[in-house]
Design a protein around this ligand. Structure first.
Ligand SMILES: C[S@@+](CC[C@H](N)C(=O)[O-])C[C@H]1O[C@@H](n2cnc3c(N)ncnc32)[C@H](O)[C@@H]1O
Length: 291
């Protein structure tokens, strides 16, 4: 079943906006490269920077990063290391089988490598982000596998994982409890989900259900932490560990030359105390869910 979906989705690389980018990435020859994976993922290679720059520009928008290849700095919209550094002290990935669902271009998956997991899979249904991953992985040559699948495909999978990262996906789902159930189904016994999602301040058992939030039309529910915990319990998780919560700042998410269009500054009011629609500004929490 999943094989059939993957075969069909392979054709997505034939889309007319995607095909030339795929060809450019496929044709890029990388003989040698060295890299260091820190807050910036830095690569050095004798492959000409001019050629690399040309392809990196075709791959825009770069949401997650940053990456540096020779003197080219891909200053992504998000400084993704701010989230990673909040979560990292709470992780032990050694010898674990990992799924990062909604893993975007693999920035976090690359950061996981230093903890020596047994395997890493990224699932994300975006061919563009898949190609960003392939581009960076041409230099890093990791064994990370990328599949054009979504969280909704987890119940169809025969494979189960020790750790599933699901960051920045839940508020995009029309049925968040169902999605949490899927994550649980994907876990082995003793498995753990690392969840990152938007929440509201407050102690009430409520959720915001906006038509548009911070200019996003695909945000369905933003719960208080209490409500989020209720959803998680309803999905059957046994234990919840709170890692932390943080407001997104315009230092973390901002307009750079690597995205076209707007960023957080334009999604908030002038004083940055509310979203442009008048809701509370984006507050994210990080949780560990135990099956
Ligand atoms: C807000 S971004 C979060 C990216 C990253 N996980 C992070 O936390 O920075 C949401 C990601 O979910 C991906 N996505 C879209 N539909 C999805 C689905 N059905 N299942 C899983 N991920 C999906 C998008 O392509 C995008 O990369």
């Amino acid at each position: 079943m999943i094989e059939k979906i993957l075969n069909e989705r392979d054709k997505w690389f034939e889309w007319k906006n995607i095909k030339p980018i795929k060809e450019a990435v496929d044709n890029l020859e990388v003989k040698e490269a060295t890299y260091t994976i820190n807050d910036t993922i830095s690569i050095k290679t004798p492959t000409p920077t001019k050629k690399i720059t040309q392809i990196a520009k075709m791959l825009k928008p770069w949401r997650k990063g940053p990456f540096k290849i020779n003197e080219l700095f891909i200053d992504s919209e998000w400084k993704s290391y701010i989230k990673w550094n909040s979560i990292k002290p709470h992780l032990n990935l050694k010898d674990k089988e990992i799924l990062d669902v909604g893993g975007n271009n693999g920035y976090y998956a690359f950061r996981m490598l230093e903890m020596e997991p047994k395997s890493i899979e990224i699932w994300d249904p975006s061919p563009l982000f898949n190609l960003q991953f392939e581009f960076i992985n041409k230099f890093i040559k990791s064994d990370i596998k990328y599949k054009l699948l979504g969280v909704e495909h987890i119940p169809m999978s025969r494979k189960k994982w020790d750790i599933i990262f699901c960051m920045g996906v839940l508020y995009h789902r029309r049925d968040p409890i169902e999605m949490l159930k899927w994550l649980k189904e994907g876990l082995r016994k003793e498995g753990v989900v690392i969840l990152d999602t938007l929440i509201l301040e407050g102690n009430e058992e409520i959720a915001l259900s906006p038509l548009r939030y911070a200019k996003m039309k695909n945000v369905y529910f933003i719960p208080t932490l209490k409500t989020l915990k209720n959803w998680i319990k309803r999905a059957g998780f046994k234990k919840i560990e709170f890692i932390g919560k943080r407001y997104t700042t315009t230092n973390e998410q901002r307009k750079t030359e690597w995205i076209d269009g707007e960023s957080l500054e334009n999604f908030l009011n002038k004083t940055q105390t509310k979203t442009i629609e008048g809701y509370e500004p984006p507050l994210r929490c990080y949780l560990k869910l135990f099956s």
